[in-house]
Structure formats: structure tokens, C-alpha cells
Design a protein around this ligand. Sequence first.
Ligand SMILES: *Cc1c(COP(=O)(O)O)cnc(C)c1O
Length: 368
Amino acid sequence: MPWSAEDPALLTPGPLTTRIETRRAMLRDWGSRDRAFIALTAELRQRLLAVAGAEASHVAIPLQGSGTFIVEAAIATLLPPSGKLLVLANGSYGERMIAIATRLDRSVEALRWPEDRPVEPERVDAALAADPAITHVALVHCETTSGILNPFEAVAAVVARHGRPLILDAMSSFGALPIDLSTTPATAVLASSNKGLEGVPGLGFALVERQAIAAAKGNSPSTSLDLHDQWRGFEGNGQWRFTPPVQVVAALVEALRLLEAEGGPAARLRRYQDNFDTLAAGMVRMGFRLFLDPAVQAPIIATFHPLDDPRVTFEPFYEALAARGFLIYPGKLTRADSFRIGCIGALDRNDFQALLVAIEDTLSEMRR
Ligand SMILES: *Cc1c(COP(=O)(O)O)cnc(C)c1O
């Protein structure tokens, strides 16, 4: 695919490059309370459950807004006012959950790790044993700040052993990294339309255990961010409570059909891994160093240390790549100085080889 400044490849963790079929699915109008859109919504909810093997145990609750809206809605709805949330944090999305719970006036405790270290189940075990007041635990699956993969299955086992519900922020991993809710206990899994599912931005969704959402009536202090009421709306007449982003829904349903056609999350993970491997090998050849140990790296986003070369500064590097049709992530999230290149979206190894050529070109230009 020849990318250009006008039609660039998005090497970001979302919004990201989507397929033309996905964008084409938006080229009509839907009446939000019409039969055709009710059927589309039902297909959406069914397909989201199927991605995570959750048809028998969970319900899918889509919600208007970006990923943060679904995180806020899930914490507001699942934690009763008397609840206490333990957040396992090793990056800015874990920190955001702490801020959300605090803002919602819920008790919150943080267990923290450095940005380049995964969450350790043993410390979670000890924290839960020490504090019986903790009612819920929250984990970020792939912490997109750095691209680190946290051990979801091992943490879920510990949390289940202590009889506490687990809320998983799977925003950047859902659709690619394995999440099987028929074998791994998690009360709620949260993600959005515009990351590994390769849809366009505009909605988030929660897969929530049926009993947990049924028991959550009246918890949320917010009307629009109330997942219990949102769920009751879908169960009642198949409709959204408030105006849905109809085109975003249509695009996401098409993207979910394309995910199935690709071979499901396992096939998507192989493509992302190939993207990451192509990128990392090329970058290392040019003298860049990865921020994370390969053992804890998810193939979602690659974080690099800056080059030790005063001629290569980030702003002009970013601009030169943008002019060549490649938008990398403009700025860092980690505390350490770094920059990030996303590996997800409707891109394959050819796109990353083209990116590497553009980077090589840019570097020699900057060094002239
Ligand atoms: C992208 C992301 C979010 C949500 O971000 P929005 O900008 O609100 O869509 C939350 N958690 C993780 C881990 C993410 O990668």
C-alpha cells in the first residue's frame, strides 16, 4: 500500500489504520430505532461475546464514547458506593483507573510496579489476604504505555481464589491476545472499537458476567455511564438508550466479520507478531534499543529509547515520517524518555518494511 501524507498509515495504538471495507460499511444512514439497526446491534453484541468465548457466561454492553468512558462506566457500575477497588498499576492506564475511582468517590488502593515490570500475582495474593475490605480488583492486560503484557490468567486465578471480581482493561489486546472467558475467570472485560478489532473510534464495550450486571442496579452515580441501565435497555427492546454512533456500529460489525474471516484472534496475533518482529529487527539494525525485555513484550506497540545522536531529535523525526505517510505516536507516555510505534491495525509486514525504509531515509537526511 503506497502511503502518503494525505492518506497516512497510522502506527499508533488507536485510532489506527482500518480496512476499506470497514470504512465503506459507514456509507449509509440508519434509523437508530429501526429493525435493521436493532439487528445490527444484536449481531455486534453476539460477535463481541464470541471473540472472548463468553456467550454462556457474560453479556455484551456497548457504550458510546472512547475507551476511557467504558472504564469509567464499568467502575461506576460494578463498584457499589461501599466498595473498595485494588488497582494493579504499571503504567498510565492503571493510573487512570485509580484517578477514575477516586473521582467517583470509591475507596481505592494501588499496587504499583515500574513501567518495565509486569504485575506479580504473588503480591496481589498477599494484598488480598491482608485486606478483606477490598471488593474488586482491576488489571490492565497490555499496558499500552510501554506495550508490556501483564499475566492476566495468573492474576485472574489469584483473584478468583480470593473470591473477588476482576475487572480487566483489555483495550489494546482484545481481538488479538488470547482472552478466553470460558476458562479464565474475569467478571468484566473492557475494550473499544478502534484498537485490535480494527474498527473506527466512537464506542467502548464491556463483557460482564450476567449475575454481576444484574446485581449492579443503582450503583452508578451517573445516568449516561450506567452499564446496568444500558444493559436493561438492550435486553428490553434491543435498542440503545440514547443516540448510538450508528456508523461506528456498522463499521465495527464489518470489522468483526473481517476478524472472523482472517481466522479470529489467533490469526490476528500472528500478523501483529510478524509486524512487531519486522519492526524490531529493522530498528535494532539501525541502532535503536527496545525499552522492554522481549519476555514481557506484547506485539501491540513497541517502545524505543531515543538514539544517542544529537542530530536525531524527535519532532523533526516525527514530521519527516509524517511527510512520508507514516504517523507514529507523537510523544511519550512512559516516565523514561522514549517513543512508540504501534504494530496493530490493518497493516502487515510490507507496510513495516516500507516504514523502515522511510526511517532509514529520514535518519540519513537528519545526519547530513
Ligand atoms: C487506549 C486505551 C484506553 C482508552 O483510551 P481512550 O483514549 O479513552 O480510547 C484505556 N486503556 C488502555 C490500556 C488503552 O490502551
